[in-house]
Ligand binder design. Sequence first.
Ligand code: PMP
Length: 376
Amino acid sequence: MFNFYAGPAGLPRPVADRIQRELSDFQGTGMSIMEISHRAPQVEWLLADTAARTQRLLRLDESYEVLLLQGGGSMQFAMVPMNFSAPGEPVDYIDTGYWAGRSIKDPRLLGRDVALAGSSADRGYTYVPPPESIRVRPNARYLHLVTNNTVEGTQFHRPPRAAVPIIADMSSDLMSDVFDPDAYHLAYAHAQKNIGIAGVTLVVVRRSMLERIEAELPAVLDYRVHSAHRSNFHTPPTFAIYVSWLMLGWLADEIGGLAAMGAINRRKAQILYDYLDGSSCYRAVAEPASRSLTNVVFTLPTPELTRRFLDEAEDAGFVGLAGHRTVGGCRASLFNGVTVESVRRLVDFMHDFERGVSSLSPTASRRLDTGERSPR
Ligand code: PMP
């Protein structure tokens, strides 16, 4: 089985194996991590060590804090405006597609004065606006962006700069490559793509941001409360955190850190994009300078061929290749758990499919011969 799902995504084999081995006995307690109180020293230690591993991998200094929260990326869409702005205040967002659009809905609903500092809607979200084109209002409380657009397969390869704090949804690329702590005041990522399983969301935030929060908020939505309780304000998702702790250990000890992980991830993306660029059957959708390393979105000449491709791929053991329901087509997600070898195997399969297709129906082969494309 080759897992290319966009999330939840596959875990590295050594991590999955270790979960299985330790399931009924966490560190000699004779209990599963799922059965231990969140006030027990083992869990307190697990929370602290998960934060410490995050801190080391991302090279965060003491000015940063790591929080382990619930509610996924979606809850951050609400917490960010609630914590860092008041109704009527200006907040700036970059609109780069589906998830960016979702991140913009909540501040609007909450009555913030939302402006778009940049957008790639004009070319169907096939690129990310160049950092130097971003226009941020000087009085904006913050600038929010999605660094990797999971649905459209685009990614910022250079973070924008702004005179206001930058807040990033990195749900699909945190821990996939080196992190630049200077670029952001707050970054968040749910775990189920590159860092484990659904249930926990990593938030890295500068302490100076926590100090500027003024709002009266329900406790569970208040970053300061989670910080004061060291991510143990209410019952944390201990099993999900344990899986992230294993993933972070695997990244550090078996992969050799985020620079090494980034090199592997770039290699995987290159193998697939190189193949797509040389093919007359498939076409990569994102503009080259904005291509995502973690989500490779591509199309085939017709909807019928796309259907056939996805069906045959699944029969051959390649799962999760259908594009997001809002854009269709195909998407191969190459998160940390996907190996170079499985990308090679996918390319071999795509090549065989392409060869089979060229000896096929007159319409399909004419389209292939002429390079004609079906509309996306
Ligand atoms: N942000 C991005 C970039 C995503 O890809 C997703 C989901 N795939 C979300 C946010 C939403 O995350 P969740 O389902 O954890 O709320």
